[in-house]
Design a protein around this ligand. Structure first.
Ligand code: DLZ
Ligand code: SF4
Length: 512
């Protein structure tokens, strides 16, 4: 039986289920670079180049194993520029008996695959993506009988199930499940991120960079400097370096931020994990081995493993549990358009201009910058969740909708009304000042709330609470915040709200 197997840009793993039972003599594996995928969200140039180069290298890797690969490049004259068009062309040219795909990371593409099952004459088999450590059905089962889904409890189950950081007596290593409290230290003056491995440029990458510069000239972001791994071997170098050198200091400063330090002590392996060059199981196992060998402390290793085994699997579960309705949720009726400074960084708020400029340069910023700077601002200012979600999906090299949407709409914006997070992650400028050195270079002062030098986050924070009182006052976790608001007298409250209105007007007029 001849099988045509499609591999998507985020399925670049040797062990991907669509390649199981491969018949080397007969089968054809299809990979295609298509405009449909590069433009349905206007992805960062670096993200497109990274994926195209990684796809081309993966195709070479398959060919080297003797597999027949059909690779469609973005500039091939016959490219129809859609998955559907390329599948149809490949079916016509190769005449397979069946089509095999692994379930995709996005609902939109899943619908496409299901439509193929109805419209193509050739049968289409959709296989489970078993690179994830919790299947979509297992996650659904876990939610049965629960009124709220908290990552912490899901994560404990996953630790037990995979016996990760567990002692032989069934207790979590070190006696606690979570060492987050040790992981919120601010940087001391002079502390800086560590050097990273430099990857030698491959010819494939150089060709791709030229094509992307030419075809996607209007997309956000810089192609240079380019130092992402584009092969499995390079991704493994980054992983090993992280585990050996950076993990020992990762935990303590996990939430810290600094000007000119996009990576600090973060692993920066999410682009590789999410496109398949690295696998979550191997990543967790390497981190655990570092702890067992006494090379990294438990708070560092546990904090890292919680991101991969806990959060990553949890957000995917939430996404598939609630799609397609999830994408439309807007609990707080946030309606403002996304300010242009999310694209050009042109704002006097140093924290935002710094995070946007890091994002433009690297297609990356770490989770606290995403959550507590750009995300927090969008939450406080009441930016429409769809506009924010589209931005996050486009600008980060690791972003696919399954991971981006629950993180943006749920964690950052509370637009899902508490499915993901038990309270909105709203914070004033004082939080940003505590966790970063951003405010040192800002025209605004995080300790001032009204007047010209007031940090815009401060009045917006209070206005956010007052504006959304109906939805938020009953939330126990906000009781301190509302108690503080209630203590302000009427004139103070109205001064704060006036200041916030002024800020929002400035934002809308491009003057913030
Ligand atoms: C993100 C992306 C981009 C920019 N381009 C392609 C592409 O040309 N071909 C491809 O197979 N995949 C691409 N991807 C990743 C897909 O968007 C991703 O596989 C789907 O969204 C499913 O998660
Ligand atoms: Fe950001 Fe406010 Fe600090 Fe300026 S003062 S960097 S706007 S938090």
């Amino acid at each position: 039986m001849k099988t045509l197997r499609l591999i998507l840009g985020d399925q670049l793993s040797d062990s991907i289920s669509s390649l199981n039972d491969l018949d080397f003599g007969n089968d054809v594996v299809l990979l295609c670079e298509v405009l449909e995928e590069a433009t349905y969200a206007k992805h960062h140039k670096k993200k497109i180049a990274f994926l195209f180069a990684a796809m081309r290298h993966f195709a070479e890797r398959l060919s080297a194993r003797g597999i027949t690969v059909r690779y469609v490049r973005i500039d091939d004259a016959e490219n129809t520029n859609s998955f559907g068009g390329e599948m149809a062309r490949a079916i016509a040219d190769t005449g397979p008996d069946r089509l095999v795909v692994t379930e995709p990371g996005e609902y939109r593409v899943r619908q496409m695959f299901e439509q193929w099952q109805r419209t193509f004459d050739t049968p289409v088999e959709i296989r489970r993506d078993d690179r994830f450590l919790c299947s979509i059905d297992e996650f659904k089962n876990w939610t049965q009988g629960r009124t709220e889904y908290r990552m912490e409890y899901f994560y404990r189950e996953m630790r037990k199930r995979y016996s990760i950081l567990m002692d032989p007596d069934g207790k979590p290593s070190g006696g606690k499940w979570n060492y987050d409290r040790q992981n919120r230290k601010s940087l001391k003056p002079g502390m800086a991120g560590l050097l990273r491995p430099i990857h030698k440029r491959t010819k494939v990458l150089e060709t791709v960079l030229l094509v992307v510069e030419e075809l996607f000239v209007n997309h956000f972001g810089a192609l240079e400097p380019f130092n992402l791994a584009v092969t499995r071997e390079q991704a493994l170098v980054d992983l090993e370096y992280f585990v050996d050198v950076i993990l020992p200091v990762f935990g303590d400063f996990q939430d810290a931020m600094a000007t000119g330090e996009p990576f600090l002590y973060h692993s920066v392996i999410s682009p590789y994990l999410n496109c398949g060059l690295l696998l979550p199981a191997e990543v967790c196992s390497q981190a655990e081995s570092a702890y067992r060998a006494g090379k990294a402390r438990l708070n560092c290793v546990e904090g890292f493993i919680r991101q991969v085994l806990g959060w990553r699997e949890f957000v995917r579960g939430i996404y598939w549990l609630h799609m397609p309705g999830y994408a439309q949720l807007n609990e707080l009726n946030a309606e403002r358009p996304l300010p242009s400074f999310f694209w050009d960084g042109n704002t006097q708020m140093h924290c935002i201009s710094e995070v946007v400029s890091q994002t433009r340069k690297h297609a990356y910023s770490h989770h606290i910058q995403r959550l507590m700077v750009t995300g927090n601002f969008a939450l406080l200012a009441g930016i429409h969740p769809s506009e924010v979600a589209e931005w996050y999906l486009a600008v980060y090299a690791d972003a696919y909708e399954w991971v981006e949407l629950p993180n943006t709409l749920g964690m950052a914006l509370y637009a899902d009304g508490g499915i993901m997070a038990s309270k909105p992650y709203a914070a004033s400028g004082r939080y940003i000042n505590k966790m970063s050195n951003f405010c040192d270079r800002c025209k605004f002062d995080p300790d001032i709330t009204t007047g010209e030098r007031a940090c815009p986050f401060n009045a917006l924070y209070w206005d956010f609470l007052a504006r959304n009182e109906n939805q938020l006052r009953s939330n126990q976790r906000l009781s301190f915040a509302f108690a503080a608001w209630d203590k302000f007298d009427a004139s103070r409250q109205s001064a704060l709200r006036n200041q916030a209105n002024l800020t929002l007007r400035q934002m809308d007029n491009g003057e913030l």
